[in-house]
Write a protein that binds this ligand. Structure first.
Ligand code: ZN
Length: 113
């Protein structure tokens, strides 16, 4: 379950950033998780809730913004939102190799005090 390692990484980064800004507590951490990032949001939340115990983020909420996969169809010269893991254009049904969005796995922002 690599979500544990990812949650730990985000938590460490959030704590480091909060300390640098002189904050005492983290209230909320917002993450962007792409549909093709390979991360299961529920597992990430679960891991985060276990890891935050005893830290300055003990009461922090992890808000996950799910980013859909968006591919580019060269034939139609248009972007499309993909369903599932196949990048198939809904107009011409060609398969695309160009993923424009959906690999995001990053901390967006956070609220501290
Ligand atoms: Zn197309």
């Amino acid at each position: 379950m690599h979500e544990v390692a990812i949650a730990q990484g985000v938590l460490n980064l959030a704590i480091k950033t909060a300390r640098q800004s002189g904050a005492a507590r983290i209230h909320r951490i917002r993450m962007r998780v792409g549909a093709m990032s390979g991360v299961v949001p529920d597992s990430l939340s679960f891991a985060f809730e276990a890891l935050r115990e005893g830290t300055m983020a003990a009461e922090a909420e992890l808000a996950i913004e799910a980013i859909p996969s968006v591919g580019w169809c060269a034939g139609c010269q248009a972007e499309f939102t993909a369903e599932g893991f196949a990048l198939e254009c809904p107009r011409c049904h060609a398969y695309s190799r160009e993923l424009r969005r959906g690999r995001e796995l990053e901390m967006a922002d956070m609220e501290v005090s």
